[in-house]
Design a protein around this ligand. Sequence first.
Ligand code: PEP
Ligand code: MN
Length: 272
Amino acid sequence: VKISKSYKLASRDFHPDNTVIKIGGVEIGGDQLVVMGGPCAVESPEQIDEIARLVKASGAQVLRGGAFKPRTGPYSFQGVGVEGLVMMAEAGQKHGLLTITEVMTPEYVDVCAEYADILQVGTRNMQNFDLLRKLGTIQKPVLLKRGFSSTYDEFLNAAEYILAGGNPNVMLCERGIRTFETYTRNTLDLSAIPALQTLSHLPVISDPSHGTGRRELVEPMSKASVAAGANGLIVEMHTDPDNSMTGDGVQSLFPEQFAQLMLDLEKLAPIC
Ligand code: PEP
Ligand code: MN
């Protein structure tokens, strides 16, 4: 096999079998669909506890929520920080959910890894090479989001940094790219799902929330992602989206919509 790519460990040429990441009883990259649901940001113990209850009741396996938020402007709400990690860990444990949260700097990798089951690298940090190198030194699973202007080659090279450091537990996340279209916040690149699965053995997760930025598009693009072969979804859901502390309320599903989405998805793919 001719390997002409600059990445190696991330390549399917190098590693023909699919990577399956096992966390507790959940397998990511196997036969079953993994759904991660929750708010953009952790806001309070009550908020994350109630959302965790609803995520679990709907049948999803992972609770999402940011304690550290990468905001475009410095005066916007930046997340509740380490306290949010504690709130989310408690909610996850109470309701029997795994947790995923974003880590933005190498200094916070250890504390985030202490409280969360999966660490998320945001689109703005896909090429934060110091962060990627640090994530290579631990074994916690990492969900690496595609930079909103990155090619598949750049994306897979970013994953390579983590793999090369010694952490094999990497999943890729398509979360939309910047195009000329302004109706949607980003353009969810559905082709990325099968293309990345051809180029790489790593699981591919789709984020239709940031990929569209519009609540009414989350359900159809979730289904489209599963039809395209996604191994999982990460979806924003909020009990009071109009009053959420980040601007992402407009793309957050109401709990009833999230529950209905889960019922619809069960018809398309087995969910563990
Ligand atoms: C998020 O998941 O809330 C987030 C900030 O995502 P992204 O990095 O894809 O914008
Ligand atoms: Mn968000």
